[in-house]
Design a protein. Sequence first.
Length: 316
Amino acid sequence: MPDSTSIPIVTFGTLYPYLNEALAQRFAIHAVAADADLDALPDAVREARALVSFGTVGAPAAIMDALPRLEMIGLFSVGYDKVDVHHAQARGIRVTNTPDVLTDDVADLAVGLLYATVRNIAANDRMVRAGEWAQGVRPALCRRVTGKRIGILGLGRIGRAIARRLEPVAGEILYHSRRAVVDAAYRYVADPLDFARASDVIIVATSGGPETRGLVDAAMLDALGPEGFIVNISRGSVIDEDALVAALAERRIAGAGLDVFVDEPHVPEALIAMHQVVLQPHQGSATVETRKAMADLVLANLDAWAAGEPLLTPVV
């Protein structure tokens, strides 16, 4: 490990404790809250040459401009939609993320949400805990997962991992993305509405950002239909949340399993009240093993940067 203990870096927002401790052993750390007044940063903080943040905090242009000596952003996330990448490029700031190491855990949660939603697992759990079963209440019949046509929206690393897990039970796996994936064994559907019509379940696994904001809109939800389910482990922005709430409330789709939301950690009260919706607090990568692997990759990128070596997982 290079001798980098005098290099000032900023930790922007709350980080995983193991990562905080390891950073403190390597660099001169300045903690900056995600909602800090950037105009009031002390001079010592403005000398920071690197920034580390969680994916949901990212790095907007304002924090980059508040750190005139910034050279690198180490993102504790695979998604980098909260980083102003174009501004970073214009400033010559390198950006890294943590791909691959979280793929399996996110895919596992997607499959778990699929089963929990389609089989009413969360709703039935609440019924048992409330004593309703003992009082003679019979749970409503649910749908089956086996044999369903499962549509993967975004066949990247995570989308492929989800598809592999579901191959043994799916009636068919199909996918939609901006273009067909050359070596994919699944049916590609180029039109998003045709894709939704052909799917019994849609699992959203595409990247976030401006290009996919609101991709799943009212028309796509209507195309999915009243017996269709949707699972989202991507970014909340990919689904038009108002349209989703309306489609669920009006029973124009059957249910949803959601790990991500537009205004995290705030979840619409309407979704919280719905029994056909399973909610998670953005837990896709939240296992002990994966969070450590993500942290180690952030550290490896920072060590490479400090030593003047090639970055391991550069975004730009």
